[in-house]
Structure formats: structure tokens, C-alpha cells
Design a protein around this ligand. Structure first.
Ligand SMILES: [Zn+2]
Length: 125
């Protein structure tokens, strides 16, 4: 099988629905939607970052992360990076849970669990 044929097989075997499993809107899943602009993700971030009110308004999660990170002193960047990784990882796991296990966690439970996980990760760094 040539690489081109392999890509065709993969493309045909992947089931893509134009619907976000987090917000149930008919929106093609993309990085910035899933992790930032999705209504579920926005409510999630408000629970993770309740004290940060001045996050830049942008459609790019990468840009938000970089802008905020660049405004921090070195000693705060490790926590910011840990928080960001933990939050994105939690959203990705929730997305996969809903697609592959047909299960879901309630938003507040996910926020509480993620905050605990972030604090555990940060405490061992
Ligand atoms: Zn969504």
C-alpha cells in the first residue's frame, strides 16, 4: 500500500460528524472551538480561571495562552503552563468520553476534578 492509498483508507475509516459533542451545536470540531470558543469550554474556563478577568478576547486558544504567559514572571509561568495543560487535557478527555464511552461528566464536577488535578501536578513539579 502506498502512502497515498494509506491516507485514503484512514480518511474513509474516520467518522467525522459536524457536531460538537460538548455543546451539541452543528459546528465542525476544530481546535479553537473545542478548547476555547465552545459554550461548554467557555463555562469550563470560567470555572478554572475565576480570578482572571482580563483574558484577551480572541478566537485562538494558542494566542490567549501565549499572551497571558508572556505577561507573567518566570515563577508564575510554571503554574500557568500546568493549569493550561490540565484544562486542555480535561476538555479533550471529556470530548473523548462523550464520543467513545457515551458517558459525560457534569460541568461542575469536571471543573472541580480538573482543579484538583492541576494542583496535584503543580505540587510535584
Ligand atoms: Zn462546542
Amino acid at each position: 500500500m502506498t502512502p497515498v492509498e494509506g491516507k485514503k483508507v484512514v480518511a474513509k475509516s474516520v467518522h467525522i460528524t459536524p457536531k460538537c459533542v460538548l455543546c451539541n451545536q452543528n459546528i465542525l470540531e476544530a481546535r479553537d472551538h473545542l478548547f476555547w470558543t465552545c459554550t461548554f469550554a467557555k463555562r469550563f474556563w470560567r470555572g478554572i480561571l475565576p480570578r482572571i478577568v482580563n483574558l484577551p478576547i480572541t478566537d485562538s486558544i494558542k494566542r490567549v495562552w501565549v499572551l497571558r504567559r508572556n505577561s507573567l514572571q518566570d515563577n508564575h509561568r510554571v503554574y500557568w503552563d500546568t493549569l493550561w495543560a490540565g484544562a486542555v487535557w480535561a476538555l479533550w478527555r471529556e470530548r473523548n468520553r462523550r464520543i467513545f464511552a457515551q458517558e459525560r461528566k457534569e460541568l461542575q464536577h469536571l471543573i472541580t476534578e480538573t482543579n484538583l488535578q492541576i494542583n496535584v501536578w503543580y505540587s510535584i513539579l
